[in-house]
Design a protein around this ligand. Structure first.
Ligand SMILES: Nc1nc2c(ncn2[C@@H]2O[C@H](COP(=O)(O)OP(=O)(O)O)[C@@H](O)[C@H]2O)c(=O)[nH]1
Ligand SMILES: [Mg+2]
Length: 663
């Protein structure tokens, strides 16, 4: 059986990342040898390497229940276990969201399960993740497939509770209860999931390379856990939305799509893919294959139309037949399941896209640092060259010339020192501005806003109360961001002016200071607002009985915004710490160069013998600088090449491969 494309592509992505880590580490070592890094820079590099090592690629599977999400995950990733590893069963509608990954810190296989009762607390799942004590822990014995499969069954465990309890947990709502619709009365007992969230660490090669799979439950459960829509899905690199060919696009599919998935469409960094599953239900031995294919094709186009997505993003598949085909090594059946087309698409778009994101994060940052070192070395080379030429020209000249040169350099030095003084003033001004900016971004001010919002909501967790509260909240958050943006603009201007002055007046190399912009945070706020609004308007949340859900929703919304501000604050802080450093380093370098030059001239004026030895010294230094420049240029090149090398084009690519447009 041919190697899966996704497998190949993930492998090449991992290799690329490993190489990138090596390059960054070489740079780290280089900086250390030459003692050129500031503590901030050292920290940045450490962080970059850490981020590369921890890098994760999250694929989220989203759909109404029973569309075959779990079966598809089995077929795509776990077929070589020769069985259905994750439990996928007809009629089991309740399941908790499950994250599959490999825990590279503990290096062990386990299931951690968060009890459903934790819903009674005002904490998000993200917060619970930081407190292992709340989770039930089951160790997995990876050599015992039966034990693993058995343990995984925990995830779909349910239990019966009284109606009152179910309501308290926010897990019962008449409007979506088929029993209530049939009998016009509420049941005494309600079946609820046993667990709220599952974390599964498993040493599967994909997972070990950083793949994370998020398996989500159906519409009801999505509505119950707003954190999924607000936080987890937007963080995924790709979202796979499933439809089933035997049901077509149902009302609840549409609702799921509109309220939980659609909002992700506009977001850069997200690939949205639709799988039209269970095409095997359209297979018919009595029909000609061409006619079967035609009906699959027409359903594919109709689904694209209904969801309003590019039809190239809709993949007809049979997860079940694909899984069987892979387990039995049945090429023909695998072909018919059309799983390969989906795999190829994932391999050709999702992973390269992920590389681009990495490029944006790590390569640009480290690249800029190397560029700064290069500029500094170039300036050093230039200064050494000039000085050398000056000294060579002094051979055989009389003392007057030297005295003249000395007084000229003293003048230059004095002018320079005056500017350095004014630089110190700009720095002080910068600090004041920075303080205002950080103040607007501080958690204190966000918390004030949160409290104000709480007051607006008073005790009304109804949709109207919710709407008002949300507006207060987002207006406040937007205002704060706008203020920050204003401060940031002023700060940028000051910084640019300072850099420019030293470049123009003293010939220091031209550097583009790093920029900070609030644009990405504002976009993220806007997205949160859109999603929050869609969530609020969703029929599932519009019920007064759902006030519990609304509260949960608000908690995760607030927590997300709070961390957004925290991140913005950190980023701004780091930026401010670093932004002047390149100039500071150049100023220091320039100052030393001037002092050395004066010193040399003074010594030559005292004794002509020093001239030749000083020339030799400078020649050695210059050679050294040239070598450093070479090494650093090679590193810079490695960093770029590492990135620009595209993944090897696959000969097996099929239809859809050219459609790289983002939805
Ligand atoms: N005929 C057919 N049934 C499927 C296919 N994929 C999944 N199923 C069945 O649909 C049911 C629900 O699948 P499951 O993976 O649990 O769906 P989930 O709720 O979306 O995770 C199970 O009985 C599966 O065997 C498929 O491609 N064809
Ligand atoms: Mg499932």
């Amino acid at each position: 059986m041919k190697q899966d494309q996704f497998d190949q592509s993930l492998h090449s992505y991992s290799a690329w990342r490993a190489e990138l880590i090596q390059t960054v580490e070489r740079y780290q070592a280089w900086l250390e040898t030459h003692d050129l890094a500031s503590p901030e820079q050292e920290f940045r590099i450490f962080e970059a390497i850490d981020a590369l090592r921890r890098d994760r690629l999250t694929l989220a599977f989203v759909a109404e229940f029973s569309r075959g999400k779990t079966e598809l995950i089995n077929a795509l990733f776990f077929s070589h276990y020769g069985q259905r590893l994750l439990p996928s069963e007809a009629g089991r509608t309740t399941m908790c969201p499950t994250e599959l990954f490999f825990d590279s810190v503990s290096e062990s296989a386990y299931i951690h399960l968060l009890p459903i009762e934790t819903r009674l607390q005002d904490k998000t799942i993200a917060e619970f993740k930081l407190e292992p004590i709340h989770w039930n822990q089951i160790a997995l014995d990876v050599n015992d497939t039966a034990q693993v499969a058995e343990a995984l069954h925990q995830v779909i465990r349910t239990r019966q509770v009284s109606l009152k309890q179910a309501r308290e947990l926010g897990l019962y709502d008449e409007s979506s209860d088929p029993y209530f619709r049939a009998h016009q009365s509420t049941p005494a007992q309600v079946e609820i999931p046993h667990w709220r969230h599952a974390l599964i660490s498993f040493p599967h090669p994909f997972l070990q390379q950083g793949l994370v799979i998020l398996d989500t439950p159906g519409l009801n459960a999505m509505g119950n856990e707003p954190e999924l829509t607000l936080n987890m899905l937007p963080c995924a690199q790709a979202v796979l939305f499933l439809l089933a060919a035997d049901t077509g696009v149902t009302r609840s599919d549409m609702e799921m799509w509109q309220h939980h998935v659609h909002a992700l469409r506009g977001q850069a960094g997200n690939n949205l893919i639709v799988a039209l599953n269970k095409i095997d239900t359209l297979w018919d031995e009595l029909k000609e294959p061409a006619r079967v294919n035609a009906s699959i094709e027409s359903q594919r186009l109709a689904s694209a139309e209904q969801l309003q997505v590019d039809s190239a993003r809709v993949f007809p598949i049979s997860a079940q037949k694909g899984l069987i085909a892979k387990i039995r090594a049945d090429e023909r059946l695998l072909e018919r399941s059309r799983l390969g087309e989906l795999e190829a698409f994932l391999a050709q778009t999702v992973l390269p896209h992920k590389r681009e994101i990495m490029r944006g994060n790590v390569v640009v940052q480290i690249g800029a640092m190397i560029d700064e070192n290069l500029a500094l070395l170039e300036a050093r080379k230039q200064a050494a060259g000039d000085h050398l030429a000056e000294l060579r020209s002094l051979r055989g000249k009389n003392a007057d010339v030297i005295v003249h040169l000395m007084s000229k350099s003293r003048e230059e030095q004095a002018a320079y020192l005056r500017n350095v003084e004014s630089f110190q003033n700009s720095r002080r001004l910068l600090q004041t501005q920075a303080r205002n900016m950080l103040e607007a971004l501080s958690l204190d001010s966000v918390d004030k806003l949160i409290n104000k919002t709480r007051a607006t909501m008073t005790h009304s967790w109804t949709t109207t109360g919710m709407k008002r509260a949300m507006e207060t909240f987002f207006d406040g958050a937007r205002d704060a961001m706008e203020q920050v943006s204003g401060h940031a603009e002023q700060t940028r201007m000051l910084i640019r002016a300072t850099y420019k002055k030293f470049h123009e007046e003293h010939g220091l190399p031209q550097l583009a200071p790093k920029q900070f912009s609030t644009a990405s945070y504002s976009t993220e706020l806007e997205r949160l607002y859109q999603e929050a609004d869609a969530f609020r308007r969703s029929p599932a949340t519009a019920m007064t009985e759902q006030s519990f859900v609304i509260k949960k929703f608000f908690i995760s919304l607030v927590s997300h915004t709070r961390s957004l501000f925290f991140k913005a604050n950190q980023d701004a802080n780091n930026w401010l710490k670093e932004v002047m450093n390149p100039l500071v380093r150049q100023i220091k370098e320039h100052k030393t160069t001037m002092e050395k030059r004066l010193d040399t001239l003074r010594r030559i004026s005292e004794s002509r013998d020093t001239l030749d030895s000083r020339i030799k010294e400078l020649e050695v230094g210059l050679r050294d600088t040239r070598q450093q420049l070479d090494t650093l240029r090679q590193l810079r090149h490695a960093l770029d090449c590492n990135v620009s090398a595209p993944p090897p084009p696959s000969s097996e690519s099929k239809a859809h491969s050219s459609s790289e447009v983002a939805v």
